[in-house]
Design a protein around this ligand. Structure first.
Ligand SMILES: Cc1cc2nc3c(=O)[nH]c(=O)nc-3n(C[C@H](O)[C@H](O)[C@H](O)COP(=O)(O)OP(=O)(O)OC[C@H]3O[C@@H](n4cnc5c(N)ncnc54)[C@H](O)[C@@H]3O)c2cc1C
Length: 463
């Protein structure tokens, strides 16, 4: 397939979720593919994102399980937690996964280069490790994103990001986390579950901006009930070294001491020093590489997928985008990725699963909205005594009866929303939910047994 003037049909920069999938599928179609990775195969998700995080989440939830067990007759001896064991076991599994990713690429015939790669001219990639140049017919930029620390403040060098949180030498007895997005919230719950005193500092009026307001309030209440201190409307304005620990100075002058200060205030697409300008690739207002529905940049033979495009920054989305690029270029099937109806989870404690419109968004965009709600203590709580409550909410377009949003807070929410996602994507109506037989006794059965709307928002015809 390679033209005379090219060394490869496709050069992929970055072996993360999107790059690995694109490389593997393209090679499967018979393309000659080279992929460059400057750090470790697998990218953020495998090495310092979803996977290690979920392992820490599992670890953190045992403390509650031990407490819950008593009501069921179990006597659990004083549990002891050992952070180095968790980190070592996590690292072992990440190494296994990385090897599996590498093996799959090699099996597909993809050439892997361990190097930073930059674009030198529209069809030339330079490998910084060796200085070698590779001529490519097509280039895929899949360089991901990197944590940023917000506006510059004194002492910012003392703050860790999620990257370092996975490799701390010891579990901090106390942590201040700045941020209110999903990564901040998840780490707050991880550290609290493992026994740290956690203070979450966020500048907005509530955590998890963009999520349904009731979901935000419900989770906040649950986190506070588990002992996490949530300080809203504030920023960490300075970090001072204080003996073995640190003091975070907040906007109102409050001083919060902690063993560690973590910032999780957002991630920036990795677009710098890549040679994008040399290739005629532009960056959009959101900081990500500008692409069309096919992930094609302004330069028609250069594509970009995943976090570097700053569209929907999730692993399955990057994977789908990478797969679509391979289909488009080498599979004879131009494929655009549909970014609506993306189910997603926050692995907080309790967990969140959501798809579709929030109540607020639905009211802004639809004329008639019905809200169905269930807020209950799960059956397990009757014996465990755990005061945690489950929230489930369906947002229905009353004009069509279609379920346009589903929001769940509670155990198993991530698992539930994956399946609800199929129904919502297929256009399921509230009547379909009602007609579906319940699975009893489960928590999920509440989703098909909500009879009366909790609220109706009907806009007057003249509006
Ligand atoms: C703490 C955390 C938790 C997360 N949890 C979840 C979750 O639960 N669910 C979910 O769906 N998503 C989660 N994400 C997001 C998810 O990890 C990303 O959306 C996903 O990894 C994006 O894939 P990507 O291919 O765009 O980039 P990445 O996976 O970041 O891969 C980019 C790769 O490119 C390499 N690279 C960069 N520049 C160059 C260069 N010039 N030359 C060579 N190599 C280069 C990098 O080293 C990296 O390996 C989480 C992220 C974080 C940080």
């Amino acid at each position: 397939m390679t033209g005379a003037s090219h060394d490869v049909d496709l050069f992929v920069i970055g072996a993360g979720s999107g790059g690995v999938r694109a490389a593997r599928i393209a090679a499967g179609y018979g393309a000659k593919v080279m992929i460059a990775e400057e750090y470790r195969i697998g990218g953020t998700c495998v090495i310092r994102g979803c996977v290690p995080k979920k392992l820490l989440v599992y670890a953190s939830r045992f403390s509650q399980e031990f407490e819950d067990a008593a009501g069921f007759g179990w006597t659990v001896p004083e549990p002891k937690f050992d952070w180095p064991t968790l980190i070592a076991n996590k690292d072992k599994d990440i190494a296994r996964l990385e090897a599996a990713y590498r093996g799959n690429l090699e099996k597909a015939g993809v050439e892997i280069v361990k190097s930073r790669a930059v674009i030198e001219d529209p069809n030339t990639i330079r490998l910084l490790q060796s200085g070698a140049r590779v001529r490519a017919a097509h280039i895929l930029v899949a360089t991901g994103a990197w944590p940023h620390s917000g506006h510059p403040i004194p002492g910012i060098e003392h703050a860790i990001s999620s990257n370092e949180a996975f490799h701390l030498p010891a579990l901090p007895a106390s942590v201040v986390i700045q941020g209110g997005g999903y990564i901040a919230v998840e780490f707050a719950c991880i550290f609290a579950g493992l026994g740290s005193q956690v203070t979450l500092v966020y500048r907005e009026e509530n955590i998890l901006r963009g999520f349904d307001d009731e979901v935000r309030s419900h989770l906040r209440g649950e986190m506070e009930a588990r002992g996490i201190k949530i300080v809203l409307g504030q920023l960490v304005e300075a970090i001072e070294k204080d003996g073995a620990g640190y003091t975070a100075v907040l906007t109102d002058g409050r001083r919060v001491g902690a063993d560690r200060v973590m910032f999780a205030v957002g991630r920036k697409p990795n677009v710098a020093n890549l040679g994008l300008e040399a290739a005629g690739v532009t960056v959009a207002a959101n900081g990500g590489i500008a692409v069309d529905r096919y992930s094609r940049t302004e330069a028609p033979h250069i594509f970009a997928v995943g976090d570097v495009t700053n569209r929907v920054n999730l692993t399955p989305v990057a994977i789908r985008e990478g797969h679509a690029v391979a289909d488009t270029l080498f599979g004879g099937r131009p494929t655009a990725v549909d970014h609506v109806h993306i189910p997603t989870a926050v692995f907080s404690d309790p967990e969140i699963g959501v798809i579709g419109l929030t109540e607020t968004k639905a009211r802004e965009t639809l004329a008639q909205v019905d809200i169905y709600k269930a807020n209950f203590r799960p059956l397990k709580a009757t014996l465990s005594g755990n005061p945690s409550r489950m929230l489930m909410k369906l947002v229905v377009d009353a004009a069509t009866d279609r379920v346009v949003g589903c929001h769940i807070v509670g155990e198993g929410a991530g698992e539930m929303i994956q399946l609800i996602g199929v129904a919502v994507r297929m256009g399921a109506t509230k009547a379909d939910f009602d007609a579906t037989m319940a699975v009893h006794p489960t928590m999920a059965e509440e989703l098909v047994t909500m009879r009366q709307p909790a609220a109706r928002h009907y806009r007057a015809a003249a509006e």
